[in-house]
Design a binder for this molecule. Structure first.
Ligand code: NAP
Ligand code: MG
Length: 476
């Protein structure tokens, strides 16, 4: 039922590491299956294959690459339910979210099948009037992709799609919590006709040394990472040793601003999406709710009511709204943030505790009057916890919203368009949702400022991350 081998050079193989990775269902704490683990030697073997296969892949007509990606989109789209169930089993998110992710993930193959044929360069005349400046976009080369467990399908396709469109070959190292979905995606690409060696997938128990071994190989020219800011910093330092081109999609700490004129029912709707999609385990999750004091009571009451009505349980049950957290540590970290906030004076409006019994479940939680020094306002929560902070002055609200090392996404609600646009400009984040609790779109440039990352994924920009400019000088 599951692919559990390494995918290396177009072969499914057991790998040279005999210590398999147990994949756990976080709703039951049972082992679903075991997956082969790659060693450093497997990683170098994958670089050999990617280097070899990459040469001819880069020379294929863009139209041919496009059609293979399009086929991968069709194959994956026909199997959304199967992918969604796999995501639920290894990650825990509810079925509705998993179906959303599987569809979103497949869309990256469609979008980049359309972008593959739009590799556009430029020609200009130098100011001196003689030299002709020609600029081409060439594939950057063998790319190492490292992805997190929270979107096991979409974070993989958001990298593989543009890399293949640009003409690069890749080695994907999926998160150890969720290797099954990544291996399934490799199967779809194989079925779509991606040549052996162009895509390789290596789960491993030793992510640090396996990724470092690849970065140290001079044939590897690109690292595209999605994960925590802490690991991103380590990888940037490692890549710096070999001057490897890096794209980084890191953590977030999204503010959600509610202006006095906002329509509260619409705000609550958006807040439920921004906070609770993926059970709060999203880099884009609303992490701090700044609410104007005139609408504070109405918002807090209605939002807490919706939160406490959520059905918590195994994501496999289609009526469930909130599945378990990914593992025990994640749940403990979340509870630590809640406990710290309450010790510093926050008020518990609903929830606030882990749920009894098997599975890493945590109650949907709303905290009121959260003081500025609470850790929950400064760290990624990554769970179903919503801290509310009242404000009376817009400038102060913007100041609080921007007072973070992160800069991924922010949300704001107002019925005044000019105020909304002015606030959006003042928010120091790579993305802003105005009256929207969800901004992700394969056609839009996704990414953050400050310590939320470097570069963009999606849109045309996503493909350029896997291209290198070639300047050709001539005169005629
Ligand atoms: P993580 O701990 O940083 O892990 C991400 C990936 O890096 C995993 O594949 C992990 O492998 C690997 N890894 C860990 N240490 C490594 C090392 N020293 N060298 C090389 N690879 C290493 O993040 P996570 O807990 O999986 O994911 C949650 C984080 O991802 C959050 O901070 C979230 O905000 C961020 N995220 C960002 C975006 C975005 O687009 N900006 C999207 C989704 C998630 P193992 O599993 O084996 O440890
Ligand atoms: Mg798991």
């Amino acid at each position: 039922m599951y692919k559990t081998d390494l995918y290396l050079g177009g072969e499914w193989c057991s790998g040279s590491e005999n210590d398999a990775i147990a994949v756990i269902d976080p709703a039951t704490e049972d082992t679903i299956t075991e997956v082969a683990a790659a060693s450093e030697a497997d990683a170098i073997a994958a670089v050999d294959c990617a280097e070899q296969a990459g040469k001819s892949w880069a020379k294929r007509a863009p139209r041919e690459r496009a059609e293979i990606l399009r086929k991968a989109f069709e194959i994956m789209s026909a199997r959304i339910d199967e992918v969604a169930e796999m995501i639920v089993r290894e990650n825990g998110k509810c079925l509705r979210d998993a179906q959303g992710e599987a569809g979103y993930a497949a869309e990256f193959f469609r979008w980049y099948s359309e972008e593959a044929v739009r590799n556009i360069g430029e020609v200009s005349i130098a100011p001196g009037g003689v030299n002709r400046i020609m600029v081409q976009q060439q594939p950057v080369g063998v790319s190492v992709l490292v992805t997190p467990w929270n979107f096991p399908a979409a974070m993989a396709t958001r990298k593989i799609g543009p890399a293949l469109a640009a003409g690069c070959s890749v080695i994907l190292k999926p998160a150890s919590e969720t290797p099954l979905t990544a291996l399934a995606v490799a199967g779809f690409l194989e079925e779509a006709g991606v040549p052996a060696g162009v895509v390789n997938v290596l789960p491993t128990r030793r992510s640090g040394s396996v990724v470092n071994a690849m970065l140290a190989d001079p044939r590897v020219r690109k690292l595209s990472f999605t994960g925590s800011t802490a690991v991103g910093r380590v990888l940037l330092a490692e890549a710096a040793k070999y001057v490897v081109n890096c794209s980084m999609e890191l953590g977030g700490n999204a503010p959600f601003l509610v202006c006095a004129d906002a329509k509260i029912d619409a705000v609550v709707e958006g807040a439920m999406i921004a906070k609770m999609r993926n059970g709060g385990e999203a880099c884009t999750a609303a992490n701090r709710f700044y609410v104007h004091e005139t609408v504070l009571d109405e918002f807090s009451t209605k939002f807490a009511a919706r939160m406490s009505e959520l059905k918590v349980g195994s994501g496999m049950d289609p009526s469930v709204d909130l599945g378990p957290m990914v593992n025990q540590q994640a749940r403990e970290d979340i509870h630590g943030l809640v406990t710290d906030a309450m010790a510093k004076g926050a008020e518990r409006i609903t929830g606030g505790q882990p749920l009894e019994g098997k599975g890493y479940f945590y109650a949907p939680t709303v905290l009121g009057s959260v003081p500025e020094g609470a850790n929950v306002l400064n760290e990624e929560i990554f769970g179903p916890v919503a801290p509310i902070v009242p404000f009376s002055d817009f400038d102060h609200a913007i100041e609080m919203a921007n007072d973070t090392e992160y800069g991924l996404v922010s949300y704001l609600y107002t019925r005044d368009l000019s105020r909304g646009l002015a606030l959006a400009e003042a928010l120091d984040f790579g993305m802003v949702g105005i009256n929207k609790g969800l901004v992700s779109d394969p056609a839009a440039p996704f990414g953050g400022t400050k310590q939320s990352g470097i570069g963009r994924e999606g849109a045309h920009d996503g493909m350029l991350e896997f291209c290198e400019k070639k300047y050709i000088c001539t005169e005629w």
